[in-house]
Every structure is written in C-alpha cells, then in structure tokens.
Design a protein around this ligand. Structure first.
Ligand code: MTE
Length: 323
C-alpha cells in the first residue's frame, strides 16, 4: 500500500518479502541445551516468547470482558517484527530496526478543535486515567494479512469524555508524530506527513475502540506505536494511528493519509469487508502471520468478526459505497 519517493514502478508492499528473521541473542545464550533446541524451533516459526518481555517495561493490568477468549495471540516476535510504520521505512522489518530512534519521553497529546477548551495531556497522566485492561483482539491489515494481538489500554471513550468535546464535534482526528530527524521513513516514503486518521464520533465512542499503551503486558514497543496509539478492531489496520501527538475534534469528515493518497482504494470507513475488494487484490481471504502453513489462509470475516457489536453503527448505509 505504499509508494517510495524514488520508485518509478511502485510495488504494493504486500508483495515485498520480508528479510529473514533474527533471534534475540541474549535469550539464546541464556537458554540451556534443551532450551536452545526449543528456541531454534521457535526461530523457524518466527517466535519470541512473551516471558522474554523485560521486567522494567511491564504494566499493571486487569482482565477485560471485551477481550476475546478463544483466540491464540500471535507471537511477540511477529507482532514486533512484521510492522507497517512508514515513518520508519517501507519494509515490514524496517520499524523493528529503525524505531528505536524515536524518543517517546517526554511525550504529550494535545487536544484541540471542537472542545470546551484546548488541553494537553502528559503521557503518564494519560496512562493513569483509567485502569489498563488486557484486550486480545483480531487485527486485520488491508494487505490481507492478520494477527491476534493482546493489547493493553482502555476504551478511547474514557479519554474523549475528559476532552469535553462540544456538540459540534462529529468526527475525531488522530495525528501522529512527525520528526524526520528520528523517523527516517518520512524522507523515504511518499505520503502526506504527518500520518493522520479519523473516526466518526460514534465509532470513536464505541467501547471496543481502544486507546492503547501496551501489548503482551508491557509498554508498546516503538515499532507498534509507542507511547500511545489507537486500535479499532473492526477496521483495517491503517485506521489505527500510531504514536499520536494530537487529537482534534472536527465538524466535518477529516482528510486522512491513505484516503487522500488513493481515495478509490482506501475509503474513510475501511471496515473489514470480504465483499469489497481492494483495487489490486481480493479481501475474501487473509494470511495468518505465524500460523503453520496448513492453517495460513482463512476467510475474512465481516467487520473482522465484530459484527454483533458494531454492525448497528452502519445501519442503513450502503457499505459498498461507504467502503
Ligand atoms: N500509524 C502511523 N503513524 N504510521 C503508519 O505507517 N501504519 C498503519 C497503522 N498505523 C501506520 C500507522 C497500518 S497500514 C497498519 S496495518 C498498522 O498501523 C500496523 O500496526 P502494527 O505494525 O502494530 O501491527
């Protein structure tokens, strides 16, 4: 879904094979002979075990009733080494290599637009606003691959209440950090920076929409959008803006990065919908990242499987037109 600045014949990034995975060396040394054999097997599968999460990044969390109970999370390794974060480069393994440069402390989120008064939230205060919940969600990228991710956060609606939007606020826009000195992809990738995304107010207020600070019980790794991002589980992944510095409440549907780049391909709504093809590929099936080869392809579910909870938001709308 991407165009390089110097590329005369852009290739969709879904076609680019990621470079070979590497294994955490410290973990390898620490494991004994048996462990090493097990880890070698994991390496083949691209797995990094959650217990390798470092203690100093651990978050205090509570279980959420909104978490999926029947899904096995994708490995920590794959979640953190197969990313789209174009500020750090066009390839899936670029964010893991380059995102360490981003300074995520200090960090604040500015709230402006149709609100009683402009506010600035420091990241530490934001993380303490509500108890942090573990929420395992399906995650579906527009490039027809999927993961299951154990996020940590709380419903975005809790934050929106603190923002005090006025009755004129009909949409909310999320704007990502734009720091070319720390984000090499900004020079390399041809997108309108800063990255921005938007939701209708009722979508933003839906309890499933998550203001996200972590995954696998630890703070978000930079490549996954540290220190704060949005996750909207029934929409294609690009609606979930990472490393947010500004939230703007607006009257009219805002321009968003991918919609402005290619409006016929990336609609504003971008609900996961097997019946609406991407302009270059079908959305009927999805490739499950990290699954054994015999389980790698599975059918795409309408609203990514969250139809019972969210279909009513779109009652009466032609979802072929508002894709
Ligand atoms: N947010 C920013 N700021 N920049 C990006 O390039 N990529 C989007 C979304 N949010 C992106 C972003 C896309 S295309 C996807 S699929 C998801 O982030 C990927 O999230 P993940 O790498 O944590 O799985």
């Amino acid at each position: 879904m991407l165009i390089r600045k110097s590329d005369p014949n852009p290739i969709p990034s879904s076609e680019i094979t990621p470079r070979s995975a590497y294994m955490n060396r410290r973990a390898f040394i620490a494991a004994g002979a048996l462990g090493a054999a097990a880890l070698a097997a994991d390496r083949l599968a691209g797995v990094m075990r959650p217990e390798q999460v470092q203690a100093d990044t651990k978050l205090a969390t509570i279980q959420s009733p909104l978490s999926a109970k029947d899904l096995t999370p994708t490995s920590f390794y794959n979640i953190t080494h197969y990313n789209n974060f174009y500020e750090f480069g066009p390839n899936k393994d670029d964010p893991a290599r380059n995102a360490g440069k981003l300074q995520t402390s200090p960090w604040s989120v500015t709230v402006e637009g149709e609100v009683k008064k402009k506010k600035v939230f420091d990241i530490d205060a934001l993380m303490k606003l509500r108890p942090l919940e573990d929420r395992v969600y399906r995650f579906r990228c527009v490039e027809a691959w999927s993961m299951v991710i154990p996020w940590v956060g709380y419903s975005l609606s809790e934050f929106i209440k603190q923002c005090e939007p006025t009755s004129s606020a009909k949409y909310v826009q999320f704007i990502s950090v734009d720091r070319p000195s720390q984000e090499p992809g900004i020079e390399e990738v041809n997108l309108n920076w800063p990255y921005s995304e938007g939701l209708r107010m009722d979508e933003a207020m839906h309890p499933l929409t998550l203001l996200t600070f972590g995954l696998y019980g630890q703070v978000l790794p930079n490549q996954d959008g540290a220190p704060v991002r949005v996750v909207v589980p029934w929409k294609y992944g690009f609606k979930s803006a990472k490393s947010i510095v500004k939230v703007k409440f607006v009257k009219d549907q805002p321009g968003t990065t991918w919609n402005e780049m290619a409006p016929n391909t990336y609609g504003f709504y971008s609900n996961v919908n097997p019946n609406v093809d991407h302009t270059e590929w079908s959305q009927k099936m999805q490739r499950v990242i990290g699954a054994p080869f015999w389980k790698q392809l599975e059918p795409t579910l309408m609203f990514n499987g969250y139809g019972d909870q969210v279909a009513s938001l779109y009652k009466g709308m032609d979802l072929n037109k508002y894709f």
